[in-house]
Design a binder for this molecule. Structure first.
Ligand code: UDP
Ligand code: MG
Length: 187
């Protein structure tokens, strides 16, 4: 018997200690293998917000099975963008990039799950929309590199840096999948 009665037999499952941080070894309650917790920064850029694509982006990440642990809409401060794109500051397109990124609000999110950094990059597609495969976010919604809808961190180390840049630790929510563990809904 699973379900609600089974919950009582799983002490600590719902109230176990929570260790904040970008990577953490997660041991499943039953079966399966443990995995290193990974998080990434995803941001719907101003063109994505203006074209009403925020819901579609969220739906793709949820449908894939990733877990949303932080989200906010903001007008990106130039200080944050300068740090975020610090390695591109000498590129000829940098002024246009900052102008684009400040042309309206962005929706910044932190998603969690196994290999979420690599999977997110695959889901958003090639930087140059003209090269992005159909089925990817950029390949489905964008035709030009200068208006490519979405950002996702390109490495685990970059993700840790970007999450700290865009979010306070108090803005990240470490929640448990109680509704699935209850057995009332299928996983
Ligand atoms: N970008 C641009 N022109 C270029 C290259 C990049 O406007 O020739 C912009 C584009 O918005 C891209 C961002 O700069 O998403 C960051 O570039 P990066 O190479 O890091 O690509 P990404 O990681 O976003 O795929
Ligand atoms: Mg990049």
């Amino acid at each position: 018997m699973g379900g609600l009665l089974g919950r009582a037999a799983l002490p600590g499952l719902l109230s176990g200690p929570r260790v904040p941080g970008p990577r953490l070894l997660v041991r499943p309650s039953s079966g399966g293998s443990s995995w290193t917790r990974e998080r990434t920064l995803v941001a719907v850029k101003p063109d994505g917000v203006q074209r009403r694509l925020v819901g579609d982006v969220i739906q793709r990440f949820e449908r894939r099975g990733f877990k949303l642990v932080g989200m906010k809409m903001l007008q990106a401060p130039e200080r944050v963008l300068a740090e975020h794109y610090h390695d591109l500051q000498r590129k000829p397109f940098y002024p246009a990039l900052i102008s684009y990124m400040t042309s309206g609000p962005v929706v910044a999110m932190v998603w969690e799950g196994p290999n979420v950094v690599g999977s997110s990059r695959a889901m958003i597609g090639h930087t140059d929309s003209a090269e992005a495969a159909p089925g990817t976010i950029r390949g489905d919604f964008s035709i030009h590199i200068s208006r490519n809808i979405i950002h996702a961190s390109d490495s685990v180390e970059g993700a840790q840096r970007e999450i700290q840049l865009w979010f306070q630790s108090s803005e990240l929510v470490d929640w448990a999948d109680e509704v699935h563990q209850s057995g009332i809904y299928p996983p």
